[in-house]
Design a binder for this molecule. Structure first.
Ligand code: SF4
Ligand code: SF4
Length: 118
């Protein structure tokens, strides 16, 4: 998550005076955003994670032009707030926190980021 996005998020969260949201916002400052979609998504791509993500940082969604041509979905490392909400809804356990990503799927970290840098 970028600093600008973080400030915007905190401003929105603060307006509700929710301790839980404020704590989540504070956590974003010290924990780098780092969730990655890996190989098991290929061939499934059901977009369950898209619906679970509170910041809309998983693409391409079903209504986006390249949804059919991309093999899997990708998490935007700049926008992900590291909440983990997408992990339990994935039917094929394709989503990992960076520190839990199996070594054999290391390349998917760059592959997720590359989708947003093209
Ligand atoms: S960890 Fe949270 S913010 Fe990041 S992609 Fe998953 S649901 Fe979205
Ligand atoms: S829920 Fe899992 S399989 Fe479905 S699109 Fe997301 S990462 Fe891929």
């Amino acid at each position: 998550m970028t600093l600008v996005a973080f400030v915007g998020y905190m401003a929105t969260a603060s307006s509700g005076f929710s301790p839980e949201w404020l704590a989540l916002g504070a956590a974003m400052l010290v924990i780098p955003a780092a969730y990655v979609i890996a190989e098991p998504c290929i061939g499934t791509k059901d977009t369950a994670c898209v619906d679970a993500c509170p910041v809309d940082c998983i693409h391409p969604k079903a209504d986006e032009d390249d949804h059919e041509t991309e093999e899997l979905l990708y998490i935007d490392p700049e926008e992900c707030i590291d909440c983990g909400a997408c992990v339990p809804v994935c039917p094929v356990s394709a989503i990992f926190a960076l520190e839990d990503l199996p070594e054999k799927w290391d390349a998917f970290t760059e592959r997720n980021a590359a989708y947003y840098n093209k």
